[in-house]
Design a protein around this ligand. Structure first.
Ligand code: HEM
Length: 391
């Protein structure tokens, strides 16, 4: 088709970006740097392997998205790290940024599939050129873990000495060392939960009421168990009662809770856990609805990091089997599989919260003054939101 007469075709002097000075798309994005950064080692060794290109692009795409996740995480931590704690008028912004992180992580977990179109035979053809480079040396991945709140003592033993793989990367080492000491998102969320309105013992005293209702509920269950119709049902119900009682004791007794924290089986302080339970109970109150969404997003983040780990480990098994060592020197598949456990969940307590929930009839009703307190706070935060967004 002859397009020279097409009325949509622009003459050179009409072209808005033609010969005028000014920034071009490629210049703004510095595409010369990014698109020139795919160095195929197989090609340099005169044995080009087609799929090495995909391997490089996939890793680079991951690292770019890691950068964005860190950018969002840092900004959320800054908002939380206000000297008075989270400014409630900014909760919406925090939710927006955490939701964005969730969407990126979903993409990253799915992206593994694209690399799985490479066959193990193809991978084998260029794998030797990579040694000892490995995703194990991804500084940004460690930064994400640490900034979320991954504690060194919760890493599996092989991974506790993770700094040693960064060798001469001084900038990377410095960034990781900093991320180990600055307040993580988990720490900041913990502080925020401790300030949940209604926990004050001289006010609504949520925990006092919760404890009383748990005791009442357990006692009722104990009496029902004792009155069971036959011996076997009674034995079953009493054993179940004992189990429930010891679970509730573990949250009602600060000393048991603290021992579990020491053992790495719980994460939050006792007070923060109380805040999380309270928010979960009263999430329908307007004042608690955004905090509840926030807790849900934190769980989503943890879930998606675990899903990424799982998809990655399956891909690794497909590519190198379960016996080969990794190029980074670990046991490969076996090491990666060990990172799928609960030790790697930063917001583990939020997942386990359902253990301590009560049937609705046992949830302590909010007092009038508590309702009023929540309403006023919620209204104030809403007004600040509206003012900020000039609505
Ligand atoms: C053919 C594809 C891949 C294979 C065979 C593979 C293999 C491995 C192995 C064996 C390890 C354990 C450390 C070691 O000894 O090397 C590892 C760790 C890691 N890989 Fe991959 N990987 C692949 C793709 C990717 C991709 C696309 C990424 C994206 C950034 C990635 C990121 C990581 C990270 C962050 C770790 C450290 C995980 C941790 O320590 O928890 N890998 N990989």
């Amino acid at each position: 088709m002859d397009i020279s007469n097409n009325s949509d075709t622009l003459r050179k002097d009409e072209c808005p970006l033609g010969e005028q000075d000014g920034m071009l798309y490629g210049e703004y994005l510095q595409l010369d740097k990014i698109l020139d950064a795919q160095r195929m080692l197989s090609k340099e060794n005169n044995a080009t392997v087609h799929d090495e290109h995909l391997f490089i692009i996939t890793h680079q795409a991951y690292e770019l998205w890691f950068k964005q996740v860190i950018y969002e995480l840092d900004s959320v931590r800054t908002i939380f790290n206000n000297y008075q704690g989270l400014d409630e008028s900014q909760t919406l912004e925090v939710l927006k940024r955490l939701s964005r992180i969730v969407l990126i992580l979903k993409l990253l977990a799915d992206q593994v599939m694209i690399l799985e179109t490479m066959t193990p035979l193809d991978f084998m053809e260029f794998r030797e050129y990579l040694c000892p480079a490995s995703g194990f040396q991804s500084v940004q991945f460690r930064l994400i873990e640490n900034k979320l709140g991954m504690k060194q003592e919760n890493r599996v033993r092989f991974n506790q000495n993770y700094l040693c793989v960064f060798g001469r990367d001084e900038k990377g080492l410095e960034a990781i060392a900093k991320s180990e000491t600055e307040p993580s998102l988990a720490y900041l969320v913990e502080q925020w939960l401790e300030r949940t309105p209604g926990l004050e013992t001289d006010g609504f005293n949520f925990w006092g009421k919760y404890k009383k209702n748990v005791e009442f509920m357990l006692e009722k269950y104990y009496n029902e168990s004792c009155n069971a119709e036959n011996e076997s049902e009674r034995a079953y119900k009493l054993a179940d009662y004992e189990k429930r009682k010891s679970l509730f004791d573990s949250v009602l007794e600060p000393s048991i809770h603290n021992a579990l924290v020491q053992r790495g089986e719980r994460r939050f302080t006792h007070k923060a856990l109380q805040g999380a339970i309270m928010i979960t109970f009263y999430r329908d109150e307007p004042r608690f609805s955004q905090p509840h969404q926030l807790l849900t997003l934190l769980m989503d983040i943890d879930s998606l990091v675990t899903k990424w780990r799982y998809n990655h480990v399956l891909m690794v098994q497909r590519m190198i089997g379960s016996q080969h060592l990794g190029t980074g020197g670990s046991s490969g598949y076996q090491y990666l599989r060990s990172t799928l456990s609960d030790r790697y969940k930063v917001f583990l307590d939020l997942f386990n919260l359902s253990t301590f929930l009560l049937p609705r009839c046992y949830i302590p009703p909010l007092s009038d003054s508590m309702k009023c307190q929540l309403y006023l706070r919620g209204k104030r935060a809403n007004n600040e939101d509206i003012q900020k967004n000039n609505l």
